[in-house]
Design a protein around this ligand. Structure first.
Ligand code: EPU
Length: 469
């Protein structure tokens, strides 16, 4: 492992742009300018915090590279530090050194204070049970895109032998004896529950067989991290994963895979504003399903796999965009996190598009703001355009018909969740006039330096004056 000089470097919770987390929580965006230029991706928001949690399992420090300055990383840093883990910036700004050798129980109030709006705390259970025999998990935050229960997580932990006690202040989980490998079949290929099982099974006694596992690229990258630590994990056909528990894991050195969800967001921004954006770091392999859909709607892209600066250039070719039908799904399907920014672009496509959201029952709720900007979007309870899903009989407005193209006009927008937040920025940039977008701190959860990137692409915006609050 590299030895990292730290004195001149800031603590990992300090942003490269210190103002980013302190700015007014609203932004005024003037639309009508095509976004053009390049942005560079950093490590995936949906991998980095989990790789940080994996460091808890090691008996030696780990080094994580390509770490973005986003608030989810700040939250996990706080949680790990509350448990006595040392987290510091490494040789480069985007490198974290995580030393779990002095881990200890944390004060419950401190955990609650650090957990913030994130869902990551639930993933600390397995590592904490292995290391200190006890985990306390306060109420979970996260984007309000559905009910987001944690029943699969808790059932899995119980299957390993943990005892879960739900109390008013949160979950108290104990491992009265060493956790044992087990057979688990997830009712749905949930990303978080798959990660829960992986992070718990690696140090459990014996073999764990996980069926109906999620296989998103971020999960494969987490498996790579665990394997570097000494874990034995086999990914088999048909969503089956076998994990052979080992006695001990060591530290890792790992470069996080780039954020394919952010990449798609910029691609949609190029499409909706009639622009041209080179996304440095974007990888074709993890975005194939998105790229097919991008092409179908009429967007152009070009993959540059020059190893010195790989990336994908996305642009609007100038012709009219085509309406389409799409259904979100678990990987390798069309990722739900790609849905919201693409819906903004679909408001500019010719004809009727149909979107069936099958992962989160309330993730189409964000379209009400697009309607207030002039978009024509109708939501339906039925499963439109394809396979019946879990939400079909349950009264959720989880299908949309988008009729386009419609000229968008400026509006006052309140951000409900992370991806919707970025999507509202795109909509405001595509609209005529100046929109005000409220609650932009949510965007910091998953988009590093988004304001600097927008600036570099020629977007016209300014942060709301503090006096307006
Ligand atoms: N579910 C349950 N019970 C559980 C767990 C999940 O019913 O115990 C359901 C959920 O309610 C949902 C479905 O299963 O309907 C899928 O949830 P999943 O567990 O896969 O989602 P997650 O792990 O909570 C992660 C990402 C999300 C991303 C989803 C799907 C992180 C921190 N979050 O959430 O990312 O949309 O997987 O790929 O990794 C985002 O980046 O904006 C975001 C929301």
């Amino acid at each position: 492992m590299n030895s990292a000089p730290v004195t001149a470097l800031p603590h990992p919770t300090e942003s490269a742009d210190p103002g980013a987390f302190a700015r007014p929580d609203r932004i005024h965006v003037t639309g009508g300018t095509p976004l053009s230029g390049q942005v560079t991706l950093r490590g995936a928001k949906n991998l980095v915090p989990k790789a940080m949690v994996a460091a808890l399992l090691g008996s030696a420090p780990s080094v994580l590279r390509n770490v973005p300055q986003i608030s989810d990383v700040r939250i996990v840093t706080g949680l790990l530090e509350a448990h006595g883990v040392t987290v510091r910036t490494g040789e480069n700004r985007d490198e974290l050194v995580l030393d779990p050798t002095s881990m200890d129980r944390a004060d419950h109030a401190e955990i609650t204070a650090h957990a913030g709006e994130s869902r990551i705390p639930i993933l600390l259970c397995g590592p904490l049970l292995h290391r200190i025999g006890h985990a306390f998990i306060p109420d979970l935050g996260g984007c309000r895109i559905g009910d987001r229960p944690i029943d699969f997580h808790l059932d899995a932990l119980r299957a390993f032998g943990a005892i879960v006690d739900k109390r008013p202040d949160g979950l108290h989980i104990e491992a009265p004896q060493k956790l044992r490998g087990t057979k688990i079949t997830l009712p749905y290929p949930s990303v978080g529950s798959t990660e829960q099982v992986l992070l718990t099974a690696v140090l459990a006694e014996g073999v764990t067989e996980l069926r109906n596992a999620a296989t998103e690229p971020e999960i494969v990258d987490l498996i790579a991290v665990l394997q570097k630590m000494g874990a034995i994990i086999s990914v088999l056909d048909n969503r089956v994963i076998h994990i052979t528990g080992v006695e001990r894991l060591h530290g890792y050195v790992h470069r996080a895979l780039p954020d394919r969800l952010e990449a798609a967001s910029w691609a949609c921004a190029a499409l909706a504003t009639g622009g041209d954006i080179l996304v440095r770091g974007a990888q074709q392999g993890s975005m194939m399903t998105f790229l097919n859909m991008f092409r179908r709607v009429g967007g152009e892209f070009e993959v540059d796999d020059d190893p010195s600066a790989p990336g994908i250039r996305f642009w609007h070719p100038g012709d009219s965009l085509h309406a389409l039908a799409l259904e979100t799904d678990v990987h390798p399907g069309f990722q739900t996190d790609w849905q919201q920014p693409l819906v903004v672009a679909l408001t500019q496509a010719q004809g009727l598009s149909i979107v069936h959201e099958t992962v989160y029952e309330k993730r189409l709720g964000f379209t009400s703001a697009l309607i207030s900007m002039g978009a024509q979007v109708q939501l339906y309870r039925e499963c439109l355009g394809g396979t019946p899903c879990r939400f079909g009989q349950r009264n959720f407005m989880h299908s949309a018909v988008i009729s386009g193209p419609t000229k968008l006009h400026a509006a006052d927008l309140e951000i409900p969740d992370l991806r919707a937040g970025f999507s509202y920025l795109i909509a405001a940039l595509a609209a005529q006039g100046t929109s005000t977008v409220h609650g932009i701190s949510l965007i910091n959860r998953g988009y590093e330096d988004f304001a600097d990137k927008l600036n570099a692409l020629g977007a016209r915006f300014e942060f709301g004056a503090p006096s307006e609050s």
